[in-house]
Write a protein of this length. Sequence first.
Length: 736
Amino acid sequence: MKKFQIIYLLLVLVFPAALLNAQSVDSMAVHYYILGKNAVIKNDFETAKSLFKKSVREEDNAPAEYELTRVYMADTTHAMWNIARDHIKNAIKLDPNNIKYRLFCASLALALAKEFRGTELISEKDAKNQYLKVLEMDSTNALALAGFGKVKANEFLEFHNSAQKHTNSTNLLSGIINVTKQIVKNRKLGITRLNQKYDLNKITLTSLNVFAEEDFNLAEKSLIKSVYYDSLTPGPYLTLSTIYEDNNQPQKGIKYLVQLIRIFPDYKDAHLELGLLYYRSYYPDLAYAEFAKAILLMSGSEREDFTYNSAKILVGPFLENDMVNINESELKKIIKLFWFARDPLNLTSYNERLLEHYSRVAYANLRFTTPNYKGWQTDRGITVIRYGIPPFRFRFRGEASMNQYFNKPVTDIWVYEDKIFSFADEFRNGNYQYANVKTQDFAADLLADEKEAYVPIFAGPELNVPYNIRQFKDLTSNNLTDVYVSYGIKSVDKPVSDSKYNYEHKTGLYFFDNYFNKIAYNVKDIESLNTRNRISIPDSGNIIVNSIEIKTKPDTGNISFEILRTADKGVAAYHGSYIVKNFDNISLTLSDILLASNINRSPDEGTIKRRDISILPNPTSIFSKGQDLYIYYEVYNLSLAGKGTTDFRQNIILQKKETKGLLGKIFTPVLKTVGLDNEQKQVSLTSNYQTEDRNSQVYLQLDMSVYDPGNYVLTVKIIDNISGKETEQRTELTWK
């Protein structure tokens, strides 16, 4: 009878006019059912309820019960949804093999669990049972696989790195807690705050990771099958990527998101999640491209939150009370400057610090967003934006039996290298807040000392490259200064030829003003280094020296020297405030002193060239016996005598550097005539020069072979015998 009734009902949908004239009991049930459907179309839900109920009274029938479920679902109150659940249960009883009813019942159960607190355990259990029943009937049902996978994924995320607190168990996390306490002792007020926040020694926990591992495996298996049987539904792809990221397997999720984006190239959340997984897998260039695509696909308000409002969290503490007096246009300029100032690698086409921010905001939005809260605005989201994704986190729940588990508050503990935070979901609405007032105080104290934390993540390893910076007057333009950076690349392989050492890399030298406007820069793509520039550094081996130069006007600003190795994207980056000197045309001045391993007249590639002189700097300033040690400097704006020649005296002073400011022992002469000062604490070379050039080049070779190892200060003092003016410069060197 039931099979006939269902077939009859399907015919009603095709030939309703004929069935309306039927006089049987079944036909009256169908009649009321059709009238109810018409009422739904007109949004007359009360009439629809009445008609569907009449249909059920005439004859129990699953389609009417199903429609009653949908009508009651239109009213989003908890009471109405509970009535809706009763009706879908009735529909399933009447037609237990109807997959559509079971899937709808599971969806309703999950909606109840999400929207109404206190129903999680029963509702999620009901959803799982319905999905499993469907899979018993059809193991390839993609919706059931996706739904079951989603439920198990949520349980994995809930239980992963989680523990249940009780009184009679071994403290499995005592090691972590003790290490955390030790780290916190190094922070000002840190240990006091944490001891007030928790009595950590009294917490005992039972790990729930065994449940999490089982949930992960079931979720992964179901979601992969769902994608296989239905590749056009985005949800399973995103859920897979989430559990892979949380389980520290981000690369496994990448291929699914790439597949999803091929199908839906304009799916914003897929680009956002893929950007996060690329970043967590140390592919920053790919991550930046995905975030850029996601930003373009965002609505105006989403984009404003992601790129601008979230940045206020970082900039606000630096501006403090001035924040309220700055208009939006000026604040956007300040934020732009904020990112420029923190870009750790100008050689790349993107800003690594900004990329880190995007990854933090994406993580916060994808992990902590609830129906009522945006992830980046929550306490956890703000903490991520300021200090990064926590290296380790664990959650523990109150003392309770498992069937009461979901009714207890959850505490989320984040452990960083030098700080710890705790958050509690006191109201079970998904909005984790600082666990208590003392935790808020700790966060406020920390913010005063540490407004943000960031360690650059590059695509390749960090390189340790010795370098030095030296300045000279530009000999072709009176208004410019020549800034040279010399750096040493450790040579570990054999040269490819007598003159070439294969080391493909890009190097850049940048000078910015105080507002990080680019004033001058030089970027070079280098395939090989000149093997004639090889020098031996004591205790470090051989390095091959190369140099790069910029010409710029004198100014106060910021300098950046960077290297990006081609083979493995290895990075060396050095940044800092810097003053470009003003070598004017009037004052008697000295260039910086350049310590070199060789000086000659041949124009060797990679050396510093000053007129017809080629200088091979030693960027380490470390020398030893058997090595040549040259000093090079330039004297500017010497006075001319009547015969058109200069007349100046130079005094070169070499003294032992002591950590407490005391001079070392006396050593024997260097160069020509060396005189001892009155206190017998230093040696000096005094010599007179006469030239026809007001800007004079000077270079000398020092012989320190008989001197004690140590750190020395070399001072060059110039006295113009014509004008009586004096100037001096100094540098340091290490003798081994």
